[in-house]
Design a binder for this molecule. Structure first.
Ligand SMILES: [Zn+2]
Length: 329
């Protein structure tokens, strides 16, 4: 069983509900990419199926059900697959889930769990099909959704689910987790935690994925171009991200955190920074005002919304660069 770092309030609530046999049939775990939503989803599934819950309501980790859940091989747990370029759920898949849900479990437990991870770009049709299942689910069925943001879901879905936020842990906990669960060197751990703080998933990715390290460097270069008001360089760096939504989402999110850090650095003497480039945030704070940082944040958010609506990414990003230069001029 994987250790869960931080999130003590969330674990206590889940434990209480499990002990009172009041665990919700439909649950949403929200939080940033890398903060452990899938680990919590497996934990919750184990909690539903465990035959020997601990006195705090945690799964025991030792019974047959727990072992199968944590090895990812429990026959009554379905990890629903995404499909297509946008890696989302199709109506066909959700209809198949609905059909399957009405077949009683006949394996190791008297419960069936469907995990739909990384819910994003869900069409209205898909959500309406989901709604038909979670409105009146068979009493033995549970549905676990994970998403970066609860607003990925229609209010009709949200009203039938219990939503919990999964938070990053502290930097100390992240460093301890990486030291315990990886063979990373102390220096690699220090640099990873320096960039991604208590987000264990992103800290791990930072060490093993050169692509992410390049994106961090790129975000620092974007900060430099903004400081120098160098529109040509800014455009060239933004263009180099390409038009893949995942890459754009990662860089835009880092740029957003950078602007947040820059704004709070101007207002507070020792703020808690959340971005991956502290030095760049400090240099930016010496150059642009909190108002300008906030305007860049809104421009980036509008640009991201346009990309989500499938407006051409190169056009949107070129417009964003022009907006940024106009904000800081
Ligand atoms: Zn157990």
């Amino acid at each position: 069983m994987k250790t869960i770092y931080g999130n003590q309030t969330l674990l206590a609530s889940l434990g209480n509900m499990a002990l009172r046999k009041r665990s919700p049939q439909s649950i949403i775990f929200c939080g940033d990419k890398g903060c452990g939503k899938k680990t919590i989803a497996a934990y919750y599934a184990a909690q539903l199926m465990c035959s020997d819950l601990t006195e705090t309501g945690a799964p025991c980790g030792k019974c047959r059900n727990c072992k199968l859940v944590f090895s990812g091989t429990h026959p009554d747990i379905t990890y629903v697959p995404t499909s297509g370029k946008s890696e989302t759920y199709s109506v066909k898949t959700i209809r198949a889930v609905k059909q399957d849900a009405f077949v009683r479990p006949n394996n190791n437990s008297d419960i069936k769990v469907y995990i739909m991870a990384d819910c994003q770009n869900l069409s209205q049709e898909v959500q309406n099909t989901m709604l038909k299942i979670i409105e009146e689910p068979p009493e033995y069925c549970c549905f676990i959704f994970t998403a970066v943001n609860r607003y990925e879901f229609l209010p009709t879905i949200l009203s039938r689910c219990v939503t919990f936020s999964v938070m990053p842990c502290t930097e100390q906990e992240a460093a301890a987790a990486l030291a315990e669960e990886s063979d990373f060197s102390p220096d690699e751990i220090r640099r990873a935690v320096g960039c991604f703080h208590g987000n264990i998933g992103l800290c791990t990715q930072y060490v093993v994925d050169e692509g992410l390290r390049k994106k961090v460097d790129l975000t620092k270069r974007l900060a430099d171009s903004i400081i120098r008001k160098d529109e040509y360089r800014l455009n060239a760096d933004v263009y180099s991200i390409g038009s893949g939504k995942d890459d754009l989402r990662t860089v835009m999110s880092m740029l957003d955190n950078l602007m947040r850090d820059c704004a709070v650095l101007s207002e507070m003497s020792e703020p808690k920074l959340t971005g991956c480039c502290h030095d760049a945030a400090k240099r930016l704070a010496g150059t642009i005002s909190p108002g300008q940082a906030s305007s860049i944040h809104y421009a980036a958010r509008d640009a991201w919304n346009a990309i989500e609506r499938n407006v051409s990414a190169p056009v949107v990003m070129a417009a964003l660069c022009a907006d940024i230069i106009s904000i800081i001029s």
